[in-house]
Design a protein around this ligand. Structure first.
Ligand SMILES: Cc1ncc(COP(=O)(O)O)c(C=O)c1O
Length: 469
């Protein structure tokens, strides 16, 4: 297929050029109801609805179908779907379309909350695979190959294996070996590849999940490709382990009946952008990112992690004598905005185009200026996951029957979590709903609160919702 084509985007442009009279939604009437100088006025000309020639996301036959075929062709999938609700809706539909009530699922424990929400909605029985703690990186990464393969053998009845690949920091693992082991046990592999839409743009980037043989793959196009926020893809692979029809049914239920054409068209153009990156452009990009790494390494505040996966992710491991949040605030005061700050790391996500010389110089000047007012912070090592393979003590349906009550932190240890405790970003629960609250959980939550990490929970300073055992 010709990857230079953008059928959906082109149709929208042609439609906008017709200067038609709108007797239909949306109410901004091709942007005319915005003020003349309003920024939205131009963008709104492409914010269309299911008019003749513009197809329908929920029953695509025309330009949307063609744009999805082009995506499937580029990413190497049997079928691709455009998503307007982020990888969040993709993960929900992927799980709901594959797993039935009370079915066992093997799932990487440090997954995004949308995976856990999907499992709860499906009424699945999750078996959690704990990630390994990597001392050098000073963070949890992914479950070891040994743990995953052991779990596949222990739970041959499991209906799927769900993993995150790559993680937020760009760390990967040998997914192909794991997919082969799961397939040998007739188990489909579902991958949250929210952070990996760009992996096919360069040979030097890790293998994509589809290339490794995964069966369903969800990607946030908006995270690493030039697509609008929420625009994402869901792909189904050729192996025949899952039925795309069931996933489609859930996508039709979960996605808006008025999906944004701006988002959809940005998926069309993002795919073209990714598909047409040349090897030379990507090599040059890698070289300039190497230069940026050496500039960043001049600072005394952190060590720059050696990339061993996705080299667009730059991980600054903050030295124990500095406070990451404070360093990030200093960077921001100079107009440099990181993606993620934890109690140990600052994550910078590089784009798919090089910084200009001027921008590089600004970074250099800034890093020489930051760190002067940072306070020493003691770093506590808290290990969250003590068992490699765990099940929840009660099922989601049993939780429905229980009464949740608010419990102060001092009394929470030993209770069952009635809510997940979620630092955001990255949106990976420290404590998942249904898990038993441990001393380590409480310590970790206190530690992160003291490091000014934001949580998506009410009354987090005082306690949490729990069930009694
Ligand atoms: C690993 C992972 N999966 C899924 C998501 C959800 O993606 P989206 O924001 O596109 O809904 C995120 C968001 O940060 C994520 O980090």
């Amino acid at each position: 297929m010709n990857q230079e084509e953008t059928p959906l985007y082109d149709s929208l442009i042609q439609f906008a050029e017709r200067k038609s009279i709108s007797f239909h939604v949306p109410g901004h009437k091709h942007g005319a109801l915005f003020q003349k100088e309003d920024f939205f006025r131009r963008a709104a000309r492409l914010d269309q609805t299911e008019l003749s020639g513009l197809d329908d996301l929920h029953a695509p036959e025309g330009v949307i179908a063609k744009a999805q075929h082009l995506a499937a062709d580029y990413f190497g999938a049997q079928q691709s779907r455009f998503l307007v609700g982020g990888s969040t809706v993709g993960n929900l539909a992927m799980i709901l379309g594959t797993i039935q009530q009370n079915e066992t699922v093997l799932v990487q424990r440090n997954c995004h909350k949308s995976i856990l929400n999907g499992l709860e909605l499906a009424g699945a029985k999750p078996v959690f695979l704990a990630p390994e703690y990597n001392d050098e990186k000073a963070r949890y990464t992914h479950p070891s190959q040994h743990t995953v393969i052991k779990a596949i053998k222990m739970y041959p009845e499991a209906k799927a294996l769900i993993l995150t690949y790559p993680d937020y920091y760009g760390t990967v693992f040998d997914l192909k070996v794991i997919v082969d082991a799961a397939h040998a046990a007739n188990m489909p592999v579902l991958i949250d590849e929210a952070h990996g839409v760009h992996l096919r743009t360069a040979e030097s980037l890790p293998l994509s999940a589809l290339q490794a043989g995964a069966d369903v793959v969800v990607q946030s196009a908006h995270k690493m490709a030039p697509a609008f926020t929420m625009a994402s893809y869901l792909h189904v692979n050729i192996g025949g382990y899952v039925q795309v029809g069931a996933i489609d049914r859930y996508l039709r239920m979960l996605q808006s009946s008025s999906p944004s054409y701006l988002l959809l068209a940005s998926l069309d153009t993002a795919r073209k952008y990714l598909a047409t990156r040349s090897a030379e452009e990507m090599n040059n990009l890698q070289l300039t990112i190497d230069t940026l790494r050496s500039v960043l390494a001049q600072s005394d505040c952190w060590e720059v992690e050696k990339p061993d996966g996705d080299w667009l992710k730059i991980v600054l491991r903050v030295k124990p004598s500095y406070q990451p949040k404070q360093l990030a605030a200093e960077l921001e005061s100079h107009g440099i905005y990181p993606e993620l700050v934890t109690d140990r790391h600052i994550l910078l996500v590089h784009g798919l185009e090089s910084l200009s010389q001027e921008e590089l110089q600004r970074v250099e000047e800034t890093i020489n200026a930051v760190g002067s007012c940072s306070h020493r912070m003691p770093v506590h090592e808290v290990r969250l996951f003590t068992q490699p393979i765990t099940e929840l003590p009660v099922s989601y349906s049993e939780m429905e029957q229980k009464q949740a009550k608010f419990t102060a932190w001092e009394e929470a240890v030993g209770m069952i979590a009635a809510e997940s405790i979620i630092p955001y970003p990255p949106g990976i629960p420290v404590l998942a709903k249904g898990e038993i609250v441990t001393k380590q959980h409480v310590e970790m939550i206190q530690l992160w609160k003291n490091s000014s990490i934001s949580f998506q929970n009410e009354r987090i300073a005082e306690g949490m919702l729990t069930y009694s055992k």
